[in-house]
Write a protein that binds this ligand. Structure first.
Ligand SMILES: Nc1nc2c(ncn2[C@@H]2O[C@H](COP(=O)(O)OP(=O)(O)OP(=O)(O)O)[C@@H](O)[C@H]2O)c(=O)[nH]1
Ligand SMILES: [Mg+2]
Length: 359
């Protein structure tokens, strides 16, 4: 007689994640998500800059009224705004048109941004599309997230026009005034100071330097927040120094040789790209250090120590550091002072008097 077969002891278990997969999944979930949206020609050029170099942990969105320019823009997502109003031909320099164009497609733009923890909005102030649509987008976002404790950090990153662009100056400053009240923080780069710091460059080259500076800021902060770095930037800390802080000024410096840290810090602090009033009233300081593979932790600490000494003790200081293989032997320091006022803007606000920015 056939013996009944013993039941097999083997129980098939469903596939389990490996430890490695688990770590990656949870790290992904814990990492804040970042989106950078470029608006108008200059904004889109910065997005292309970042896309060409790659940006880990950040989505790149390009928004423009100008279809021809969008065609040559590199981004994860491109959005043509104001089709009915402008027929893809640009705003003709009118900020009113740029703002209306944004409202025409606001839902599509919001869809790309709203799941992120940090939203960088990038534009060159002075033109029609960038100025109008960045202000419009900031307003839409502010209303959408009003009173929501999970609201993303909304940071404007803008350039001010060159002095030769006199016709664009008033529009840029009006745009900045409005932007300041809708964003958590607006990082401002004055193209005129940038040109001087970079060594009196001709217009074309200066635009390239402006793109690189804005791009480096967005890429540096994004990657230090979203990916494992030498020293990670903490999202909660970043939020603390940037929430409701008004204007922010940025300085970038590079150094080589034995005193590379000191040189880079000094350049970053002295080469501020916005004329700010009183640094002692600052709310926070973000220090970002990047260097080649030989960058040491003690160098990063030294950079932070030197900066600390130049600001009053009540200023909250946060820092992050990353290795950037391209920086062979060099150290690059970026200093962002938040919660500052600019004499430049104040003068203009007075001068503008009761004139309203109407749309
Ligand atoms: N960083 C940077 N700034 C630029 C560039 N091109 C222009 N700008 C600056 O940004 C301002 C706005 O220019 P654009 O971005 O071309 O204008 P726009 O927003 O597309 O507006 P319209 O073309 O008038 O619809 C200019 O006044 C310049 O000061 C660029 O490639 N990079
Ligand atoms: Mg344009």
């Amino acid at each position: 007689m056939e013996q009944p077969q013993e039941e097999t002891q083997f129980e098939e278990t469903p596939y389990r994640e490996t430890q490695e997969e688990k770590i990656q999944k949870y790290a992904r979930m814990a990492a804040p998500t970042v989106v950078a949206v470029g608006l108008g020609g200059a904004g889109c050029n910065v997005i292309s800059w970042a896309k060409e170099r790659g940006i880990t942990g950040g989505k790149l969105v390009a928004v423009n009224t100008d279809a021809t320019h969008l065609m040559i823009t590199k981004a994860d997502k491109r959005i043509l705004i104001g089709e009915k109003l402008t027929r893809g031909l640009g705003s003709g320099g009118y900020a009113e048109v740029g703002e209306k164009a944004l409202y025409e497609n606001a839902n599509e733009v919001i869809y790309e941004l709203s799941k992120s923890n940090i939203i960088f909005m990038v534009a060159g102030l002075g033109g029609g599309t960038g100025t109008g649509s960045i202000v419009g987008l900031a307003d839409v976002l502010r209303k959408k997230f009003a009173g929501n404790p999970m609201a993303p950090l909304i940071v404007g990153v803008v350039t001010l026009p060159f002095e030769v662009e006199t016709a664009r100056m008033a529009s840029a400053k009006r745009g900045l005034s409005r932007l300041k009240s809708s964003c958590d923080s607006v990082v401002v780069i004055d193209n005129n100071r940038l040109v001087k710091v970079a060594g009196n460059l001709p217009f074309r080259e200066a635009l390239g330097v402006a793109n690189t500076t804005v791009g480096k800021f967005v890429k540096g902060v994004t990657e230090t927040i979203t990916t494992a770095s030498l020293i990670n930037l903490d999202y909660a800390d970043l939020k603390a120094i940037m929430t409701g802080s008004g204007l922010a000024s940025i300085g970038i410096g590079e150094g080589t040789g034995e005193t590379r840290v000191e040189t880079a810090v000094e350049k970053a602090l002295n080469g501020r790209l916005l004329d700010i009033e009183d640094v002692t009233k600052a709310q926070g300081l973000l220090i970002h250090v990047s260097g080649g593979e030989d960058l040491t932790l003690s160098e990063v600490n030294r950079a932070a120590e030197i900066m600390k000494r130049s600001l009053p003790p009540k200023v909250k200081i946060i820092w992050g550091a990353r290795v950037d293989k391209e920086l062979k032997g060099a150290v690059s320091v970026m200093a962002v002072v938040t919660g500052v006022e600019s004499a430049f803007l104040r003068k203009n606000e007075k001068h503008l008097g009761p004139i309203k920015f109407k749309f």
